[in-house]
Design a binder for this molecule. Structure first.
Ligand code: GAR
Length: 200
């Protein structure tokens, strides 16, 4: 109908453990500055004292705690939230757990993940957080980067949506690589999600 504003699309963002929430903050800032008709409907935290909890309060984002000690129970609770909220996508941001193929098949909405390296050579199980940067550093790579991809049953090997490469030849340790890659992540993640959802 003419004049009817298009429906706002909603994201559920999953974080875990000690996530600093830097990607969550970058996504929230992008969505609020660009008015793209997409909002964060819920942030799921797996630790009550995670820095993300305070970040959500400061940003006015709704958040809930779901323990991930038992991933079957975590996924069941998450499915209940998804049935109630009916989001358009799930975004993994600082999420260091693996979602089961059964869960991924059942939700029937896109699940986005960010990987702090250039897939596929540093993807796969165990390649979370600093492990990736240590592997890249020890392999003597001259470049690293960020990869945004859809999560499928092979997890970090779903369809790649965007990648950006960065020179790390002068980085002296994995921490320096991590800091450099993180800056790329912050500018790449939100626009990639928005583009994908708008083009669907
Ligand atoms: C980011 O570097 C992200 O790419 C990585 O963890 C960090 C989270 O930072 N994610 C993974 O390794 C998952 N594959 P943040 O908590 O500040 O957003």
């Amino acid at each position: 109908m003419a004049g009817t504003p298009p429906q706002t699309r909603r994201l559920v963002v999953l974080t875990s453990g000690h996530s600093r929430g830097s990607n969550l903050a970058a996504i929230a800032a992008y969505l609020s500055h660009n008015q793209v008709g997409i909002e964060i409907g819920l942030v799921v935290v797996t630790r009550r004292q995670a820095p993300v909890v305070e970040l959500c309060q400061n940003l006015g984002l709704p958040s809930i705690f779901i323990s991930c000690k038992n991933m079957l129970e975590y996924e069941a609770a998450l499915k209940r939230q998804i049935r109630a909220l009916r989001p358009d996508a799930i975004v993994l941001a600082g999420f260091m757990r693996l979602l089961s193929a059964e869960f991924l098949n059942s939700v029937q909405i896109p699940v986005f993940n960010i990987h702090p390296a250039l897939l596929p050579q540093y993807g796969g199980k165990g390649m979370f957080g600093m492990n990736v940067h240590t592997a890249v550093f020890e392999a003597g790579e001259k470049t690293s980067g960020a990869t945004i991809h859809l999560v499928n049953s092979e997890y970090d090997r779903g369809q790649i949506l965007a990648q950006k490469e960065i020179d790390i030849s002068d980085c002296r340790n994995p921490q320096e690589i991590a800091a450099r890659v993180l800056k790329i992540e912050h500018v790449l993640y939100a626009p990639t999600i928005v583009k994908y959802l708008h083009e669907r």
